[in-house]
Design a protein. Structure first.
Length: 149
């Protein structure tokens, strides 16, 4: 069963909107100006992307923690330890300016994908998990590229 449940796919794709909006407002100054006037500076460009990226890495730590609850013994202990890495990465690695923070978030999301794969291989994540996570991670990483280049 590799089919992503419709609700998970829709919510996952909806969760990309702040990343996409941030990238568009980096690439299109007129949209950034509109966003600045109507939404405020926190909700445009690198600000929305970097803040939301840290939030999502932290959220994903909680998801991995939930997967860890399915494990037992040493596997459970290791899974709990691994599950907190994305949140700690976001906390410690999102300073230093927008370019550095964006690079660190790209690394964080790619590292998260490896953790997703590990939990999936252990049978702790649903069978469709890597299809969803691969898609979402690819889009998130692409949205950070305008901040890096």
């Amino acid at each position: 069963m590799n089919t992503i449940p419709r609700s998970a796919l829709i919510l996952g794709l909806a969760g990309l909107l702040p990343f996409l909006w941030g990238a568009v407002t980096v690439l299109r100054p007129e949209l950034a100006a509109w966003g600045q006037m109507n939404l405020g500076g926190r909700f445009i460009g690198p600000y929305v992307q970097l803040f939301y990226g840290a939030v999502i890495l932290s959220f994903m730590s909680g998801v991995l923690w939930g997967f860890a609850t399915k494990a037992t013994g040493q596997t459970a202990t290791a899974s709990y330890v691994l599950s907190v890495i994305p949140a700690l990465w976001a906390f410690f690695m999102t300073g230093g300016g927008p370019t550095t923070a964006a690079m660190n978030l790209i690394v964080g999301f790619l590292g998260l994908l490896l953790l997703d794969w590990h939990f999936w291989r252990l049978g702790l994540a649903p069978p469709w998990w890597m299809y969803l996570r691969g898609l979402l991670t690819a889009i998130v990483v692409i949205t950070f590229l305008p901040l890096v280049f």
